[in-house]
Design a protein around this ligand. Structure first.
Ligand code: FES
Length: 152
């Protein structure tokens, strides 16, 4: 067994962040034209030190073991990243401790990258900015952009 296969096996022994995030801010889904596998990723953002960063990421996969192992690693390393930082990550960056993907497995990492990018495309670009003491005050003296979300 290669070093990569051994690391995948270890990651599969306790995959991280599997399942959906019920109150996610974004969900991305992709299917691989190469193998027919599918992967879905959920992202939940939070405000930290004045930046909007990924608080949690999770995934579900109808995919191969490599895709599951990469998704497990990726959802861990996405924590604390801004949408812009996350968008810059390549399939090989997302593998974390698994190391570089063997040529035959590159599309498995690209499945994870694709789900992430698809989710980021659906993430509102404008962060929710905390407003003043009242909404009325904020409207008189707008500080930044305000995202208005209609109530259910
Ligand atoms: Fe399809 Fe790995 S073989 S994603």
């Amino acid at each position: 067994m290669s070093d990569f296969e051994e690391k995948v096996r270890e990651a599969l022994a306790s995959p991280q962040n599997q399942g959906e995030i019920a109150d996610a801010d974004a969900v991305g889904t992709v299917g691989s034209p190469d193998c027919g596998d599918m992967l879905r990723m959920w992202l939940k953002f939070t405000e930290k030190d004045g930046k909007r960063v990924i608080d949690r990421a999770s995934f579900q996969s109808f995919g191969c073991q490599t895709a599951i192992a990469v998704a497990s690693m990726a959802t861990e390393l996405l924590k604390g990243k801004t949408a812009e930082e996350a968008r810059e990550l390549s399939a090989n960056d997302l593998t974390g401790g698994l190391g570089p993907l063997p040529p035959m497995k590159i599309h498995c990492g690209q499945l994870v990258e694709g789900a992430l990018k698809n989710a980021l495309d659906q993430t509102p670009a404008t962060p929710v900015v905390p407003v003043g003491p009242t909404l009325s005050d904020a409207m008189k003296k707008p500080a930044g952009k305000i995202r208005i979300v209609p109530l259910e």
